[in-house]
Write a protein that binds this ligand. Sequence first.
Ligand SMILES: Cc1cc2nc3c(=O)[nH]c(=O)nc-3n(C[C@H](O)[C@H](O)[C@H](O)COP(=O)(O)O)c2cc1C
Length: 193
Amino acid sequence: MGKISLKPYNDYCPQTLFLYGTYDENGNPDFGLFCWFTYLWDGEMGAMCCIGGEKTTLENIRRSRVFSANLVTEELLPAADHLGSVSGRDPEKMKIPLEIGKGEVLEVPVLERSPVNFELEVTDFITKHDGTVMLCKIRNVLQEESLSSGESAEQKLRRIAPVKTTCHHYFSYEGKDLGAWGEPRKKLSEGAR
Ligand SMILES: Cc1cc2nc3c(=O)[nH]c(=O)nc-3n(C[C@H](O)[C@H](O)[C@H](O)COP(=O)(O)O)c2cc1C
């Protein structure tokens, strides 16, 4: 197989998308869209993620050390695309329709329409020149009840339809192109963008 060498790059390596939920210092929820999220092992499963630069999500996590990671599904994609395109510093950002609840174990906002919500507590902040890696304990996983049914994993995944991203596009669980970054949010009503 012929190969070409490239600079640091991750096209064709699809990543699962999560919306991270945090509270600001006044208790208002903020959600941002993230894909640099994976798992670690330290006697039990944990999570690790990277936030590039300075973002509202990171400021809120530094203060509280806790956040939620909410699996993004096709149903949530227009809102997720918006939350990944607009900075938390924009006071209009969170003025879109979202059903926001609370974690069971940690003081974190969670998305009711997301079928899997991780409640995460940061144990280590690894601060680099222009990015921060966070190692986290998974304090709780909230999972939609129907995912405990007798269906196969394949049937459940088709039903909840998690979204992946690569090449600056969103892809369905089955590989269909769901649009370039910035496109799905156009489905939100005019007033909500
Ligand atoms: C598809 C997609 C994936 C993203 N993944 C990340 C990520 O893993 N890490 C990161 O630092 N920013 C990521 N971003 C950018 C943030 O979502 C964006 O900066 C957002 O405005 C942050 O929200 P906040 O300002 O409320 O924290 C991503 C954006 C998109 C569209």
